[in-house]
Design a protein around this ligand. Structure first.
Ligand code: HPA
Length: 278
């Protein structure tokens, strides 16, 4: 397992993909659990299975297809990651975030990141979409930062600012698109945990108390690396289940995937609307 990647190693991976891309992508789009269906909307797609890319981490989780789809969506050149890996699968933080580094080398300016998340906010229900306005880096506070190790000066500073992790203009644009398309867009703070176990009722009371609206097992490391490299970020959570605050219900991966069917059309409308205006 690689603990860190050098700039040269990252560039080698980028070069392997660059050779197979018909264009320089402007936008990277990561599709989370149960949300991979969005890739079907991409036109004139070139598809690269993750297994054909050197060093690229391959997901072991059901609901993550594992391929890169390059093509056009709303006339924008997009590079779609249909499936991602998580820290709990056994990958290092550097491996979890290697795709972000590679997309940065390939030229993306904007990263749109989606995930499936559990509702901690009691007003949230499965099937809703939440605009991520900020995150709680709980996984990183414990020391699991993808930026640990030698700083990659070619990408950014040793101590990157995270005051505006989620781009304000992109947030404002997404709100406008939601309004125009009559999509109920909720907003909130996403907390990133390591998983893979879901939370106990005590975990959830704690998360609620510290201002969390939705909880998941991804996104935060990717956004941290994106911002380190100066990439603008838009984050959207598909709420897949209610967090089990009272311990009386069960949270399952199946229900997480099921909610995706309701979420994908809303995400597609939002992503298309934003892409057509940037
Ligand atoms: N908790 C953590 N991660 C998740 C959840 C949850 O309830 N739902 C989807 N991902």
């Amino acid at each position: 397992m690689a603990e860190y990647f050098t700039f040269t190693e990252i560039e080698q991976v980028a070069q392997a993909i660059r050779k197979r891309l018909p264009f320089i992508p402007r936008v990277g789009l990561i599709l989370g659990s149960g949300l991979g269906g969005l890739a079907a909307a991409v036109r004139d797609a070139s598809v690269i299975p993750y297994t054909e890319i050197p060093r690229w981490p391959v997901s072991t989780v059901v609901g993550h297809e594992g391929r890169l789809v390059a093509g056009e969506l709303e006339s924008q050149k997009v590079l779609v990651m249909q499936g991602r890996v998580h820290y709990y699968e056994g990958y290092s933080m550097a491996e979890v975030t290697l795709p972000i580094r590679v997309m940065q080398r390939l030229g993306i300016e904007i990263l749109m990141v989606t995930n499936a998340a559990g509702a901690v906010n009691p007003d949230f229900n499965p099937g809703m979409v939440m605009l991520i306005v900020d995150h709680l880096n709980l996984i990183g506070m414990g020391g699991l930062s993808p930026l640990r190790g030698p700083n990659l000066d070619e990408f950014g500073a040793r101590f990157p600012d995270m005051g505006r992790a989620y781009d304000r203009e992109l947030c404002a644009l997404t709100r406008r698109v939601a309004l125009e398309k009559s999509i109920h867009l909720y907003e909130g703070v996403y907390a990133g945990l390591a998983g893979p176990s879901f939370e106990t009722p005590a975990d959830l009371r704690f998360l609620r108390g510290i201002g969390v609206d939705a909880v998941g097992m991804s996104t935060v490391p990717e956004v941290t690396v994106a911002r380190h490299g100066g990439t603008r970020v838009l984050g959207l959570s598909g709420i897949s289940n209610k967090a089990n605050l009272d311990g009386n219900t069960l949270t399952t991966h199946e229900e997480v995937l099921e909610a995706g069917h309701k979420i994908v059309p809303q995400l597609e409308a939002l992503v298309r609307g934003v892409l057509s205006r940037i």
